[in-house]
Ligand binder design. Structure first.
Ligand code: 3HC
Ligand code: NAI
Length: 712
């Protein structure tokens, strides 16, 4: 065996096959030096008479997770990007020209540049558990190392379009069926790859992906597939640019030769990588990972393993939370007051799973297995054995305190006691449990089994171990945990009050419900504020307002529109009653604008002495986004969020804030804080003193700073 070592990449020869191992933990990203070392190792192997073939493999748990995302930050000009991409393309063509069969051996992930390197190899073998993908759209870019040119040549345009526009990886077996992977290896990957490589060498076979034409021969249907996906993206990609650029690049693969198509890819990549969209999405990639770093909770803080859970309250949220646990393989007790409430909750859960099965996203067997993890109960039996209880009873302080007193008495002393309250004081709830150090807020978002955010609310006495366990649990549940402080509405709902305040006021001032919603969907939201309330229930907000009124509080300073209360009084709760901000035909969710709502808004405008006017869409976006950023700045300086990125992560994952805008704080940075501050001051003059600039906004704007430092 010959051993050649080169730091991030090492080579040795086994049984006449050169094995090149990439060793750049944690995910073998193609950081500085890695691509160069791979190329050099391949060249050396080609010159080495003791090797007949070459295998490229990753050390650790994965093949290659892609380019090092940090590198894109260094690209400041289009020329820099074009030059860099051209060099990468040249490198991969050279790899593809290797004089000995070159086989990529894939385990874990081959993503982005990782798959592009693999496709520049002559063959690919993988273990069944591996996956391959082009997730670049999630970073606001397109595959930039030939992916849009080689992938369609392997699997045809349809799957290539799907993979490059939705960014979801596909499993190795599907990739094998589609032609991306040549063989699935059972057992040891390296052994299988060596056998495969030796067979290719013995047969004198080498196959350059760029020479393949069969899968792209039917240009007409390929171009039609591009047209069709553009039409779909116009509805689903809402303002994002990268998915369209990916389609353009794939179309170039179908209509041009390899080199011309590659040049087109390089140009499109340059446009994308310098865009705000890409900066925003790269910011979120790192912000979502940074959110789990809590300054006073070190990484090595012990986390309690969660193997058994209980949820109290089987309503909308409790049911969804129980599903989230069951989906993660954690057995969960689900308690409600009586059998009738339980039956109602379980029927909803079952219906949700059945709908997933009917869409082909779950097998009936998996549904039964998952359902079997949820044990309904009307008593506290079994609570002595759980690691965590999540309370999701009605939003009422006395009820929550009573519930915490009970669960404090029936659970192990080190169990985590979590409340899903949206607004109530965690410390007051914690005191009632008798074990405040074990109490924490686990604020899920509706539907709890779907939405990615878990707002983790630390109380005054919450132990670091409980916070660390909550963060680990969030990952286990497939969620992104963000730790926030205990203020009214925490981060998400506290800021939402300002978003809604502006939406209501704009309505009174003359914008229509559908104009406001359409402006926000045009901005990138999946649904506007009124459509969202029709889903969540206008009665829910009404209850919160009643609770606030009785406490003599308001959620957001400024005029309090009574239009939502009037709808509530008319029994218009939203989709569930067939009418809310919109009208709904029976059994349909199509939003039909209702002139009655505009009439109510006009009446209330008159009552408040507001002169109605035509409001441009730009003002709708500017008012709502400025209100969010200004309150976000307060949340930040008061210490209820650890960093601006956490607020962005909360908004993107909890409320569908468009990822390509980076979140409300990132968006403010991209508008420019002096401009945001100027708007606040202008609104103060125009609408009243309830518009007050947050001191942090004033400070950063005057210093030329940003909420995110150099990330924006
Ligand atoms: N570049 C830089 N850092 C990366 C990275 C990458 N491509 N992929 C992961 N990391 C880092 C993460 O930031 C994290 O760092 P931290 O521990 O300091 O926070 C660490 O690696 C581990 O990542 P995760 O916490 O995400 O680990 P998981 O095991 O949960 O997930 C993964 C692994 C599925 C590989 C996930 O990290 C991932 O999806 N990575 C990004 C993949 C990607 O988007 N690749 C395409 C890059 S763009 C490209 O290749 C362009 C090309 O076309 C030219
Ligand atoms: P819900 O009304 O749908 O369900 C509440 C359930 O709790 C009912 O099934 C009720 O029978 C049960 N319950 C009441 N008292 C109980 C007791 N003593 N023991 C056991 N069960 C009891 O309410 P929803 O919407 O699920 O809200 C629950 C909590 O989640 C509230 O604190 C709410 O603020 C919060 N929340 C709600 C969100 C939403 O979108 N609905 C979003 C995030 C949090």
């Amino acid at each position: 065996m010959t051993a050649v070592s080169a730091g991030l990449v090492r080579s040795d020869v086994r049984d006449r096959v050169a094995v090149i191992t990439i060793d750049n933990p944690p995910v073998n990203a193609l950081g500085a030096g890695v691509p160069e070392a791979i190329s050099e190792s391949v060249e050396r192997a080609c010159d080495d008479p003791s090797a007949d073939a070459i295998v490229l493999i990753g050390a650790g748990t994965t093949f290659i997770a892609g380019a090092d995302i940090n590198v894109f930050r260094q690209l400041k000009t289009r020329e820099q990007s074009l030059e860099r991409s051209q060099a990468v393309h040249t490198r991969l063509k050279k790899l593809e020209d290797a004089s000995k069969p070159l086989v990529a051996a894939i385990h874990g992930h081959a993503l982005g540049g990782g798959l592009e390197f693999a496709m520049a190899c002559h063959y690919r073998v993988a273990v069944a558990s591996a996956n391959v993908g082009q997730p670049e759209v999630h970073l606001g870019i397109i595959p930039g190392a030939g992916g849009t040119q080689r992938l369609p040549r392997l699997c045809g345009p349809s799957l290539a379009l799907e993979m490059c526009t939705d960014g979801k990886p596909v499993g190795a077996c599907r990739a094998h069926e589609a032609g991306i992977v040549d063989a699935i290896v059972d057992g040891d990957l390296l052994a299988g790859a060596l056998t495969f490589a030796k067979a290719r060498a013995a047969a004198g076979e080498r196959r350059r992906t760029r020479d393949l034409q069969d899968r792209i021969a039917d240009r007409e249907s390929g171009v039609a597939a591009c047209r069709a996906i553009r039409a779909t993206l116009a509805r689903t990609a809402r303002g994002a640019r990268a998915p369209f650029a990916a389609v353009d690049a794939i179309e170039a693969c179908l209509t041009m030769d390899f080199d011309a198509g590659s040049r087109r890819e390089i140009e499109l990549f340059a446009d994308c990588v310098l865009s705000i969209e890409s900066k925003a999405m790269r910011h979120l990639f790192f912000a979502e990972r940074e959110a789990s770093r809590i300054p006073d909770v070190p990484k090595d803080t012990p986390a309690r393993p969660i193997t058994r859970a209980a949820v109290v309250g089987a309503g909308t949220m409790g049911g969804g939370i129980a599903m989230a646990y069951a989906n993660a393989g954690i057995p969960v007790l689900l308690k409600d007051v009586d059998q009738q409430a339980l039956d109602r909750g379980l029927a909803v859960i079952r219906r949700n799973y059945e709908s997933t099965v009917s869409k082909g996203r779950m097998t009936p067997e998996a549904m039964n297995r998952t359902l079997a993890r949820i044990t309904p109960t009307t008593s506290y039996e079994g609570f002595a054995d759980v690691d965590i209880v999540v309370e999701a009873v009605f939003e009422n302080m006395d009820l929550k305190k009573g519930t915490f007193a009970e669960i404090g008495a029936v659970t192990p002393s080190d169990a985590i006691l979590a409340s899903n309250t949206s607004t109530l004081d965690i410390d007051e709830i914690a005191a009632a449990s008798g074990r405040p150090a074990q109490v924490i807020g686990h604020h899920f978002f509706s539907p709890a089994n779907v939405m990615k955010l878990l707002e983790i609310v630390r109380g005054r006495d919450t132990r670091p171990e409980v916070i660390a366990s909550s963060l680990k649990l969030a990952k286990q549940l497939g969620k992104i945990g963000v730790v926030v402080g205990n203020c009214f509405g925490f981060v998400a709902n506290r800021m939402l009050a300002y978003y809604m305040r502006e939406a209501y006021l704009l309505l009174e001032e003359g914008a229509s419900v559908s104009q406001i919603d359409t402006a926000l969907t045009g901005f990138g939201y999946p649904v506007g504020p009124f459509g969202m309330q029709d889903i969540a229930g206008i009665d829910v907000g009404w209850r919160i307002r009643q609770h606030l009124k009785s406490a003599g509080k308001t959620r957001a300073e400024g005029p309090q529109s009574v239009v939502p209360d009037r709808l509530y009084e008319m029994g218009r709760y939203g989709q569930k009653t067939g009418a809310g901000w919109y009208r709904y035909e029976s059994g349909s969710r199509t939003r039909i604008p209702d002139p009655l709502v505009d009439a109510v808004a006009a009446e209330e405008a008159a009552n408040r002495g507001v002169t109605r006017r035509t409001i441009p869409d730009e003002e709708i976006i500017a008012r709502i986004m400025t209100a969010l950023a200004n309150e976000g700045a307060r949340v930040l300086e008061e210490g209820f969020a650890i960093r601006a990125g956490d607020i962005d992560v909360v908004y993107v994952n909890g409320f569908g804030y468009p990822r390509h805008r980076g979140g409300p704080m990132f968006y403010a940075d991209s508008v420019g804080l002096p401009e945001v501050l100027a708007r606040v001051k202008e609104y103060r003059q125009q609408f009243g003193d309830y518009w007050q600039p947050a001191p942090l906004l004033e400070k950063l704007a005057s210093e030329g700073g940003t909420f995110h430092g150099d990330a924006a």
